[in-house]
Every structure is written in structure tokens, then in C-alpha cells.
Write a protein that binds this ligand. Sequence first.
Ligand code: UGA
Length: 441
Amino acid sequence: MKITVFGTGYVGLVTGTCLADVGHDVLCVDIDEDKIEGLKNGIIPIYEPGLEPMVVRNHKEGRLNFTTDAETAVKHGTLQFIAVGTPPDEDGSADLQYVLAVAKTIGQHMDGYKVIIDKSTVPVGTADKVNIAIAGVLAERDYQTDYAVCSNPEFLKEGAAIEDFSKPSRIVVGTDSEQVCELMHECYGPYNRNHDKLIFMDVRAAELTKYAANAMLATKISFMNEMSQLAEHLNVDVEQVRLGIGSDPRIGYQFIYPGCGYGGSCFPKDVQALARTADSAGYDAQLLKAVEAVNYRQKETLFAKLQRAFDGDLAGKTIALWGLSFKPNTDDMRAAPSRVLMESLWEAGAKVIAYDPEAMNETHRIYGKRDDLTLVGTREIAAEGADALVICTEWKAFRAVDFSWLKEKLNFPVIVDGRNLYNPEEVKKAGLMYYAVGRGD
Ligand code: UGA
């Protein structure tokens, strides 16, 4: 099938590459010339395990191509995926300018039947707006053709994007067109072999499904973070509670890990956008607002614990950070808890010495060169001579630690663990003070 994908960010590039990998003829288009040039030469703008060789192989074999030429792109595919960014507006609602710009571009160059597929996370009602944008341009051109706009939200996770795309739990499609159903069956057929994963529904329901899924997962996390705070007040170990409730299949073990707050490009943005959507529909979404507020407070917990450990005096201290990305297996720093911590530390006059397996370039790009930030090449160098150690991201490489060695290297025997990686008894036995999340420090 001939497929066009607008946008070579996370979702667009993974979608295009995976669809090419199962044999479709995919053209990815982006306005960023450097990015497209890079992709043609096998340079991947993001860190995502397994993506680079897949891009290179499919490009070499001719099924995956890249262009900045919108006209060629629109003419290429019967299916036109829109996978461009929807950054938050000033009030937190999703900014649709890029999505609508692509819709107009498609309208300008359309030369026959096309299915326009909203893949980006977009608020309820966006398909109608895309439809209106295309119809407007077609009217200006005085050109008539059939087309359909449908919603096909993506549920992949960063760091596991290829696996998630290739083995989806479900493929949600919002449409009322028989023809679109057939074409989407053909597009996703290779992923749909064992049992039917396609769920067809109304367009607006598909749009809301995407937000509802992320909001539900964020709610689970904020709920557990709230329990972690309560556990601290009651001198209870929240990890025991986690095991106790996760064993109930109605609750499940997934997404109930307490931590230092959820980050990334999706949960914070989507929970906020859904709350704004509710506001503008005249409904006060109190639960969503609470989920957001709890997360905001949770991100401050690492700093609060450090303050407690140092009796409020962090000025002049050097704090080691292990992990900077918002979660492991990505270099993504968007809404990362480490940023809230670093910024609070700097405000308090402390210095940061940090190590992350992937996110150091990104950190440097965001904060530039500054005297109170040192990025180093190993976790050991970061810890050596620091006043305290904070775990911000649960990278695998931080799991096994020689605590006696750490005790010797740190100026003060303090570990603040934002991910509950260690056995408190073991850490304390080595003579270190251990401040974890909800573990009654
Ligand atoms: C999330 C969803 O999981 C995907 O299904 C969705 O497609 C994606 O957003 C999106 O909308 O594009 P992602 O942001 O890549 O994926 O990351 P997650 O693995 O879901 O983690 C999000 C945050 O929650 C991280 O900061 C993580 O540390 C935190 N988290 C996760 C917890 O604090 N506790 C948990 O138990 C699980």
C-alpha cells in the first residue's frame, strides 16, 4: 500500500518505519530539511532502541523514503497519516496549528481519493476541523474529489516504540466509512493476524479514547504517589502496599509504581489538555485536575527530601544525580522530574553533577554550559566527592550498587531514591541514610 506520513517525530517516524518494515511503500515528509537529509543518511533524530537499523534497512531496500516536498508526498499515498506535534497552548489545551497546516497542504495537492488519518494525539472534534480545513482549500481550488478523515490514535511508549507498534494491544480507528474500514484493514493486516485487534468506533470516541487511556494511566500513577505520601505520614512501606493491591487482577501490577512524578511528552500534556477540553465543554473535570496537582507536588518530593536531609541548607552542596531522562531507554527530557529537582537545587545555591546513559546531550542542549551543572561519563564519577546522591531515573545500570563503596565516596551518607530501586535494609546496613518514596524514612 502507498502510505504518506506527515511528521518525522516519535510517532511519525516509528509509524512510517514499522509500516515500511511489513512491506508497505512509505514516504515520510517533514518541513525540517536537516532532519530529512539526516534520515536519508541513516541519522535518526531521536534515541529509540532498534529504530536506527530498521530505518536504514527499509530505506536501503526502497520501501521507506523521506522528502520535504509536500506535493510529492500528498500524491504518493492513498493513506495520509498526520503525525505532527500538538504542543500545549498557553492555557494547556492542544495547539492544532501544525495539524491544520498539514490538512491544508493535503487539500492543496490532493489529486484523487485520500484517507486523511489523525495519528497525532488530538482533542475531540479535531477530525471535523481537519475536514473543514481540507474542504476550504478544495473549494478555493475549485476541485472536487472524495476523501475521508478518520482518527487512528497511537498508543506506543517511548523506549518500547517498535515492540508496541508491532504488537499492539488494539488498533483504534474512528470512522463511519466502509471504505476506510477496508483500507485500514489492509494497512494493519500484518499486525492483525492472530486475532482482530482493530476496534472501529465513532471518530469522536476514538479521539477521546486516546486521552482517556493516558489519563487513566496517569491517574493510577498519581493515586500511587498519593498513597506514597500517605504511607510516609503513617510510617508504612508503600512497596508492601503496592504488592498487596497489584495482586488483585482488577488493579494489576502495571503503572502502580510510586516515584518522583510522571513526565514525558504525553501524560503531563494530555491530562492537562483533557481537563481544558472538559472546561471548554462546560464540565469541571475535578479528578483530572487532582491527578495533575498530585503529580506536580510529587515532582517536588526529591528536593524536599534533600532539604530534610540537610536541615534546609543546600547552598554550596554538590548533589549527584543518576538519571536525567523522564524514564529509562530514552533521551527525552520533556517534563522530566530531574529538571524540577535541578532547577530547585540551583535556586537553593547547590551544584549538580549528573550522569545519564543517553540524555546528557539533551541536558546540555536544554541548559547549556553553566557553572552549577557538570555532566560526567559514569555513575561512579558522579558520586565521587558529591555531598549526596539522588536517583531520578530507573536505568538498569543503576540497579546493582556497592553501597559500602558509595558510603566511602559520598561526603555525606545520603541517598535519595526517587524510584525505590534498593532494599532499604541493605542501604542502611552500609551506613547510608536512605530516603526513598513512601518507605517511611
Ligand atoms: C505514554 C503511554 O504509556 C503510551 O501508551 C502512550 O502512547 C504515550 O504516553 C503517548 O501518548 O504517546 P510514555 O510517555 O512513552 O507513554 O511513557 P510511560 O512508560 O507511559 O511513562 C510515563 C511516565 O510515567 C514516566 O515518567 C514514568 O516514569 C512514569 N511512571 C510509569 C510511573 O511513575 N509509575 C509507573 O508505575 C509507570
